[in-house]
Design a protein. Structure first.
Length: 121
């Protein structure tokens, strides 16, 4: 998986587009599975499906599992250390988009890599 630090936009090829549509026919494929298969972020896969106007979507992960206190500590530690959303998500068993959303709701400052409350002190 490409790291956020070394991210470079890579255009989708027509072959990848065709393979993406075929992969969606596979039962049980989730956004993280598809993203890993194409070495793209979940957001890139989601955007490409939208751009191609493909109606079929990957299976969503179970998002109703609450973060434990230990999960939150791991999330914050890894985010502060600069790990990508995909890496954090894999460690926590969540989706990369879910990890980013959780950090946003917690008030994480992505530029300073800390909670906004901590940057005030």
């Amino acid at each position: 998986m490409r790291s956020q630090k070394t991210y470079q936009a890579v255009d989708w090829t027509p072959e990848e587009d065709q393979r993406l549509v075929q992969v969606l026919g596979t039962k049980g494929m989730t956004y993280p599975d598809v993203a890993k298969l194409f070495d793209r972020s979940e957001a890139a896969v989601k955007r490409r499906l939208h751009d191609l106007r493909v109606k079929v979507r990957p299976v969503r992960l179970e998002n109703h599992i609450k973060y434990t206190a230990e999960d939150v500590q791991t999330l914050l530690r890894m985010a502060k250390e600069g790990y990508s959303y995909e890496t954090i998500a894999q460690a926590l068993g969540k989706s990369a988009l879910g990890v980013r959303g959780k950090l946003e709701r917690m008030g994480f400052d992505f530029k300073r890599r800390q909670l906004r409350e901590e940057s005030i002190k």
